[in-house]
Ligand binder design. Structure first.
Ligand code: G3H
Length: 198
């Protein structure tokens, strides 16, 4: 792959409520963001789109696929959002109330913290690296590949390509109106952040 595009799914019902996990759908704004992503990428010939198994990722990817003539979509479970275990489907404020120790411990070490019955950034790394390997293998020498991921997943993917201190990774900004474009050749690696919607 020479050009890797990394986008996050558009806004979801859960995002609006500040709720984590689950499998909610895009909101109206989310659909618009996805449509702008498709509009932007239609100028480029995307050969492969990798999504997670979640609805929001697939819905977003569809807007891009609709703009392409010949594009293969492959959903990979390795790109599913971080599993928040006992906190799945909760609002951050509910977590603070019901499990204050989880909120506290996670704020002390967000990278190393593992949700009870779930995952942490530290355990996510192996899964995301495996997904990336799979995606790069399946797309062979394709020129342009898009991954439509999630907040935590995209943070891990970015940290794979760009040097970041581990403790900073869980705080990387992953907006829903922009994409990351990573150009990789033998001689150079270029990185750009493209805003496709205001
Ligand atoms: O849990 C879902 C979120 O997208 C991950 O965000 O690690 O900042 O809580 P967070």
């Amino acid at each position: 792959v020479r050009n890797l595009y990394l986008a996050r799914h558009g806004q979801t019902e859960y995002n609006v409520m500040d709720r984590i996990g689950g499998d909610s759908s895009l909101t109206e704004l989310g659909h618009r963001q996805a449509s702008c992503l498709g509009e932007y990428l239609k100028n480029y010939d995307i050969n492969y789109v990798f999504t997670s198994k979640k609805r929001r990722s697939k819905q977003t990817a569809q807007y891009v696929v609709d703009q392409m003539e010949n594009c293969t979509v492959i959903p990979l479970p390795e790109f599913d959002e971080i599993n928040a275990g006992v906190c799945e489907d909760m609002m951050y404020s509910e977590i603070k109330e019901k499990y204050p120790e989880i909120a506290r411990d996670r704020s002390y070490d967000k990278y190393g913290y593992i949700y009870p019955e779930g995952e942490g950034y530290v355990t996510l790394k192996e899964r995301v690296d495996r997904g990336l390997k799979k995606a790069l293998f399946l797309s062979g020498n394709a020129e342009r590949v898009l991954i439509v991921g999630h907040q935590a997943i995209n943070r891990m993917i970015l940290s794979h390509f760009l040097f970041r201190r581990q403790e900073d990774v869980p705080y990387i900004l992953v907006p829903q109106n922009s994409l990351f474009h990573i150009i990789s050749t033998q001689q150079k690696k270029l990185f750009e952040l493209v805003k496709f919607m205001d």
